[in-house]
Design a protein around this ligand. Structure first.
Ligand code: C2E
Ligand code: MG
Ligand code: MG
Ligand code: MG
Length: 285
């Protein structure tokens, strides 16, 4: 009986895997079509400067407006996009659209700003290190007229460390365009900190999981504290991401944090919502 039981469980498992495979194949077909038909939109999550409590930049976050399933978040399609190579087109779509959009906001609302409104773009680890990236970034900057100084390219630690030699070269070239480089999800990917010295990194985003922990977890507090003092000594700009509560904010301010991003301030917004926000004057630095 045990054997029978085991067998039927195996069957159920198999059926599940089969269904999952079918779903994945359907999703892949849909994703290819989505790239052709440009079914993507860009959401913009404000980054707030704590000195002024005003918006000083945005992170561009892709959304897929699926004709039947509605809005699909990146967590549900980025890894498939990476596996299928569709990520190159998706990242580039976001890059082109967001550079043009932020340039427009700078032009329209620039007189309200002390500093340049910045744009953060996520580039997949798979995309980073592909020769096409440099020409795509060059093109997006040229076509939009966006000041390269305003562009932050976000990559993860693993994107750097999977192939450090290539990464070093790509970073150098991105920097020579005038763009800045930001480490996303800092603290989750790699155990050595020496790469912060080795590579020309401008910005570090402390991962949400640590910010989440600062309210009670002493380890998280210690880690966040260490990142801020590291940032100070290495001349890095530190952004805290995923700030959700006043208590987290209080801790961060006490540690000298100057830039935050999170639901406590703003969720990712549509371009139209940002228009309204900027028109209302919540901008500047
Ligand atoms: P990420 O780059 O770390 O982006 C931050 C994610 O955290 C976003 O999720 C954002 O909505 C969410 N978030 C921001 N503040 C809070 C908060 O206070 N609480 C919580 N719980 N979440 C917060 P989203 O938009 O679903 O994106 C997920 C991930 O997908 C991103 O993480 C990034 O790794 C990836 N991604 C998004 N857009 C792109 C893209 O255009 N290209 C590539 N390659 N990856 C992208
Ligand atoms: Mg990011
Ligand atoms: Mg992140
Ligand atoms: Mg992430």
């Amino acid at each position: 009986r045990a054997k029978e039981h085991g067998k039927s469980r195996f069957k159920v498992f198999n059926q599940k895997m089969h269904d999952q495979a079918l779903r994945l194949m359907a999703l892949e077909t849909d994703l290819r079509r989505a790239v052709d038909l440009r079914e993507f939109e860009v959401a913009y999550q404000p980054i707030v400067c704590l000195d002024t409590r005003r918006v000083c930049g945005f992170e561009a976050l892709v959304r897929w407006r699926h004709p039947e399933h509605g809005v699909i978040l990146p967590g549900d399609f980025i890894s498939l996009a990476e596996d299928t190579g569709l990520i190159y087109a998706i990242d580039n779509f976001v890059l082109v659209a967001a550079c043009a959009q932020v340039k427009l906001w700078q032009t329209t609302f620039g007189h309200l700003m002390g500093e340049l409104l910045t744009l953060n773009i996520n580039i997949s680890g798979k995309h980073f290190g592909q020769p096409m990236l440099l020409s795509q970034v060059t093109r997006a900057l040229d076509d939009s007229g966006l000041n390269p100084q305003a562009l932050n390219i976000e990559i993860t630690e693993s994107a750097l460390m999977d192939n450090p030699a290539v990464a070093e070269e790509v970073l150098k070239q991105l920097k020579s365009l005038g763009a800045k480089v930001c480490i996303d999800d800092f603290g989750t990917g790699y155990s050595s900190l020496s790469y912060l010295q080795r590579f020309p990194i401008d910005v570090v985003k402390v991962d949400r999981s640590f910010i989440d922990g600062v309210e009670g977890n002493l380890d998280s507090q210690a880690i966040v504290r260490t990142v801020f003092s590291l940032g100070e000594s290495l001349g890095l700009k530190i952004v805290a991401e995923g700030v959700e509560t006043p208590a987290q904010l209080a801790f961060l301010e006490n540690e000298g944090c100057r830039y935050v991003q999170g639901f406590l301030f703003y969720r990712p917004l549509s371009a139209t919502e940002v228009d309204e926000l900027l028109a209302g004057g919540s901008i500047g630095s």
